[in-house]
Design a protein around this ligand. Sequence first.
Ligand code: AMP
Length: 111
Amino acid sequence: MDCIFCKIIKGEIPSKKVLENEKFLAFYDINPIAPVHVLIIPKEHFEKFDSTPSVLLAEMAEFIKEVAKELDINDYRLITNNGANAGQEVFHLHIHMVANPNGKLSWPKLA
Ligand code: AMP
């Protein structure tokens, strides 16, 4: 069965898209933790950062830069939760892009 992000890619679950190409999709997080909170995912299903081929991650880095341009933001933070104990809830690789265009993002103490 498809995971929730595979369903978003197929259009079976709606999303607010930011940018898309043949390999990647960027869309707004449904539960934002910052004024800008976008998720960037590969269209091919990989469980997490660790199990994603590095060549694809390199291509994803280029796409992420395009997303920042599309959003017209220069300062942003990238996060990926790699595994359940790191906070991963959706097991389809995603990079969180968070930003505050009007100020500074806080740096929370996590443990
Ligand atoms: P993580 O905890 O790193 O696995 O992050 C999963 C993220 O996916 C969370 O920030 C959720 O708010 C987000 N999310 C879950 N379902 C959806 C959805 N249907 N559309 C957009 N974002 C979602």
